[in-house]
Design a protein around this ligand. Structure first.
Ligand SMILES: *[C@@H]1O[C@H](CO)[C@@H](O)[C@H](O)[C@H]1NC(C)=O
Ligand SMILES: *[C@@H]1O[C@H](CO)[C@@H](O)[C@H](O)[C@H]1NC(C)=O
Ligand SMILES: *[C@@H]1O[C@H](CO)[C@@H](O)[C@H](O)[C@H]1NC(C)=O
Ligand SMILES: *[C@@H]1O[C@H](CO)[C@@H](O)[C@H](O)[C@H]1NC(C)=O
Ligand SMILES: *[C@@H]1O[C@H](CO)[C@@H](O)[C@H](O)[C@H]1NC(C)=O
Length: 249
């Protein structure tokens, strides 16, 4: 009998005490805790490959996917995206942060703002739509990933790369290791396809190593906007960097 009694008392206590703590955590006004920023590039051809949508002429350069907090999403549901706030930067937005899948980019920007912008906006330097989107464009320009890959001779096309070749090239240039994500091989294929390159920053905007491969399961779920298929951390194997859509598989 004793264990049962203990359990009854214990469970009652747990429900009482920790139930309310849980309520506070999920319903209270706790700040969303996050520690670092991810600046995410994606490769449009791969984005198209992952989608059922019709993609016409995806850009042949890495474009912006988003500027994210590592551990927070949808932080302020009352802060609505308003395209007028970024009207001064629409030219650069369309070129460097396009919605690869749809001709109208507004939904994509709104999605990024709602899900990620409202979280990183807790930093004073990102606390408006204009600051958020402008800062991402600035990261893009400073990192200059496209020129750097070309300079290292890493070009899209029919050659496969060892993942380590790409990763080491990036690490030697940026002095930090980014996170590289791939689309796993499809049935009958041997090679993974490179899809995303993420750089990690402190809240003070210093580049840092993106370590901790242990977070794989979390990562796989962190961005589902381009479902159905998902990107995951690349394996150390041959990697395809596609230059064009295979129109039929
Ligand atoms: C959420 O957004 C609203 C509307 O912009 C703003 O007034 C409010 O201060 C924001 N709340 C937080 C916690 O940032
Ligand atoms: C959107 O922003 C513009 C420019 O700041 C402002 O005039 C307009 O009222 C805003 N629209 C909404 C729905 O808040
Ligand atoms: C793009 O989509 C937005 C929101 O869905 C809509 O308000 C806007 O009118 C569209 N723009 C064009 C050019 O179709
Ligand atoms: C990496 O390998 C694991 C185990 O074989 C597999 O489940 C995963 O899908 C692979 N990831 C990629 C991007 O190919
Ligand atoms: C990133 O990691 C590398 C190798 O582990 C190390 O040499 C380098 O100093 C680190 N860079 C930063 C900015 O932490």
């Amino acid at each position: 009998m004793k264990p049962v009694v203990l359990c009854i008392v214990g469970c009652f206590w747990l429900a009482h005490c920790c139930g309310s703590a849980t309520t506070m955590l999920f319903h209270g006004h706790q700040p969303h805790e996050w520690k670092k920023l991810y600046f995410v590039h994606h490769w449009p051809v791969t984005v198209c490959k992952m989608s059922e949508e019709d993609c016409k002429d995806p850009p042949m350069y890495w474009t912006i996917h988003g500027l994210w907090a590592d551990k927070a999403e949808h932080c302020n549901k009352t802060w609505h995206f308003n395209i007028s706030k970024i009207k001064d930067i629409l030219g650069d937005m369309k070129q460097y942060w396009p919605d690869v899948l749809h001709p109208n980019h507004t939904q994509f920007w709104k999605h990024e703002w709602d899900k990620h912008g409202t979280c990183v906006a807790m930093l004073e330097s990102l606390n408006s739509e204009k600051k958020y989107f402008s800062k991402a464009l600035e990261f893009y320009e400073k990192l200059d990933l496209n020129s750097y890959l070309l300079k290292m001779g890493i070009k899209p096309g029919s050659t496969y790369y060892q993942l380590a070749t790409i990763r080491d090239a990036l690490t030697s240039f940026y002095k930090v290791t980014p996170k590289i994500q791939c689309l796993p091989p499809e049935e009958g294929e041997e090679v993974q396809t490179i899809g995303q390159i993420k750089f990690c920053f402190t809240k003070e905007f210093n580049l840092i190593n993106c370590t901790e491969p242990k977070a794989i399961s979390y990562l796989a779920h962190e961005e589902r906007f381009f479902d159905p298929e998902e990107l995951s951390i690349c394996n150390d194997t041959l990697t395809y960097y596609p230059a064009q859509l295979q129109l039929h598989k």
